[in-house]
Design a protein around this ligand. Structure first.
Ligand code: SF4
Length: 416
């Protein structure tokens, strides 16, 4: 009988604290399905904290974001008895953290766990013991079937930047990804053009480009005229239902290769919202733009595009946080990953190729995490990470304006 642990990171929960900050607060649908499929007659499964890793034969680790990778590096010992099986949407390029896992499972893992425990290795499984430099070719495994109440997988839109859209085949009960009548995701992200109101006052939707040209360039052609019409319909619908306001969280991407942090960067959006405001005679619309920098995702048409690394994005987004305020419409920027340093973080994990774990360890230290954006960039520069990113990608060069990493390092007393 094998003992299986499902690793839960206490610090991660703290970072992502919400009103109910428990592990089970998140869907973790894929992980749940894998746990459900373990042959319980022959194996025992339980949730474990990091100090219990070596009480298990196998430990399952779900990677969904860069934060999970930082947690993996922070909590999983390099010397260990247990075999770490890592997988999930965040497992794209495991080379920078190979010491912290034994099996990397790419793509969907339904129907695979018992075979893995018994020593089977599918075409999507990287066995670090057999391929320590990750030189083999591996398959990104597709959905074999829909899990539980999952409505569908894949996305018919295929926005050019979207890793999910380009790595998941379509398997539908409904017809689209995260349809608004999907019970679990009824208020989760969907493209704004498809949003329709139900009983909620708060909605989330993707827009992913501040300007019409940017949206068109990433395969999301949604004109300003269509935007204004859609928001007008939604606001009037909410008013007709007697709601005091309609609250919309719109996901935005900035720092596309062709974009710069300009004084009038959100101007086109502000003008569209002013146009909308003038057309409304009733109702109230409050928009929060959730802004994240562009990150080139492997296996997408934009995988080889250089993001705009200008560190002035933070200031620009801060200065233009109030995008528009009028009689019926108010729109503000709510930043998530605002700076080039955080962007470099994400790019590092996804694109760096071969990387030394000493750099990854530096990036997981609390002292590093507490540095300002500029100092993080300087630290990454003096460790050579930014240079290696340039080498690893067909980019023409990476310069961080106004940053002298060597001078910063000497002022901070860093040795490198
Ligand atoms: S960004 Fe959203 S709409 Fe576009 S391909 Fe990805 S999942 Fe689909």
């Amino acid at each position: 009988m094998a003992k299986l642990g499902v690793l839960v990171y206490p610090r991660k929960l703290k970072e992502r604290a919400t009103a109910a900050p428990y592990f089970d607060n998140f869907a973790y649908r894929g992980l749940r399905a894998v746990i459900g499929e373990v042959d319980k007659r022959n194996h025992a499964v339980r949730y474990i904290a990091p100090h219990q890793i070596d009480e298990c034969d196998f430990v399952l680790v779900s990677l969904t974001s860069a934060w999970d990778i930082l947690s993996l590096i922070h909590y999983v010992p390099i010397r260990r008895r247990a075999k770490i099986i890592a997988g999930g949407q965040g497992l794209v390029n495991p080379r920078p953290f190979m010491q912290y896992l034994d099996l990397a499972v790419f793509g969907r893992a339904e129907g695979q766990i018992n075979e893995l425990i018994d020593g089977g290795r599918g075409a999507n499984v990287l066995d670090v013991g057999k391929d320590p430099a990750a030189e083999g070719n591996y398959e990104y495994r597709q959905a074999q079937y829909l899990l539980g109440d999952e409505a569908d997988t894949g996305c018919i839109r295929k926005c050019y930047f979207c890793g999910y859209g380009w790595t998941h085949r379509s398997l539908n009960r409904g017809g689209n990804y995260q349809a608004s009548d999907d019970a679990l995701y009824s208020s989760s992200e969907q493209f704004l053009s498809e949003l329709r109101l139900t009983e909620n006052v708060h909605y989330s939707a993707g827009l992913d480009g501040w300007s019409e040209a940017s949206r068109r360039s990433v395969g999301k052609p949604f004109s300003n005229t269509s935007l204004v019409e859609k928001l007008k319909t939604l606001t009037e619908d909410a008013a007709a239902r007697g709601w005091a306001r309609l609250s919309l969280k719109l996901y935005m991407i900035h720092a596309y290769p062709w974009e710069k942090p300009l004084a009038d960067y959100t101007g086109e959006m502000a003008r569209a919202l002013a146009d909308l405001d003038g057309k409304l005679s009733s109702g109230r619309l409050v928009i929060f733009f959730k802004a994240t920098p562009f990150c080139p995702e492997p296996m997408t048409p934009m995988a080889r595009c250089l993001p705009c690394f200008d560190d002035a994005w933070r200031t620009m987004l801060k200065n233009q946080w109030l995008v528009y305020q009028g009689s019926h419409v108010e729109a503000r920027i709510h930043m998530t990953v605002p700076s080039a340093a955080e962007l470099a973080h994400m790019v590092f994990f996804r694109r760096a190729g071969r990387e030394e774990s000493s750099v990854a360890e530096m990036m997981s230290r609390p002292k590093y995490l507490s540095l300002t954006a500029g100092l993080k960039l300087a630290a990454l520069s003096v460790r050579g990470v930014l240079g290696r990113l340039t080498d690893a990608a067909p980019w023409s060069g990476l310069r961080v304006p106004g940053l002298n990493p060597e001078r910063v390092a000497s002022q901070m007393g860093w040795t490198y």
